[in-house]
Design a protein around this ligand. Sequence first.
Ligand code: B12
Length: 189
Amino acid sequence: MPAGTIVLLGFVGSEGWPRFSASAEAADEQPSPLDRWSRRIIDGLAAALGGSALYPFAGPPWLPFQRWAQRTGDVFISPLGILIHPEYGLWHSYRGALAFAERLKLAPRTKPSSPCATCAAKPCLTACPVSAFSTVGYDVARCRAHIASEAGAACMSGGCLARLACPVGAQHRYASDQASFHMRAFRRG
Ligand code: B12
């Protein structure tokens, strides 16, 4: 179905996390609890609203969630490769999307600019203990080897140190349970 509108759904900061934490999926000890919770909630919304549910984790091939998000004009590619929002910083993620055939009337957009454009220090690029991030990209193998070692304990418990070095939206940083959940999923993946 060609889509006229795609509505992205996700978490900003720690909002939403308590809902997932209290869910049956979070407690059932089966694989991929957050993805299964997202499917239950968003499939329900799709049925109620008449859209089609799409998921960022249903791949490969992966659906281009980051490209769609950039088309809103509200988020921008950061030097880490993940998207940055002027208010929430790097602390947002996508749980799914609803595609509608029609073009929905949306609220007028403001036109923010990327907070990275005026960030001269770019602490995100120097905070990684194994220099996995650079202006030429993200060395996934190096990051993974580090977090699998004892030296990577701080990244595993508190979250990616490069992401934490970003000053934007610092009040929306994830608490340690949310951060370590994502790091464990990443290490397993
Ligand atoms: C594969 C994948 C990974 C891989 C490889 C990532 C990589 N950088 O190479 C691994 C497993 C390593 C990974 C790790 C993480 N990931 Co990841 N990952 C994905 C996934 C499933 C697919 C990405 C992809 O290849 N898309 C395919 C292309 C076709 O889609 P696209 O929209 O066009 O995306 C590309 C463009 O946006 C492009 N791009 C467009 N314009 C520009 C401009 C410039 C200058 C650059 C550099 C790139 C660029 O960059 C994207 C490619 O990575 C997405 C979910 C999704 N479906 O998008 C999550 C996703 C990108 N990951 C996410 C996150 C949070 C992480 C982690 C931080 C997880 C954690 N531990 O907490 C880490 C660290 C990643 C990092 N710093 O890059 C979030 C990012 C949210 C955000 N704010 O942007 C996503 C969107 C998942 C989600 N549910 O929200 N990830």
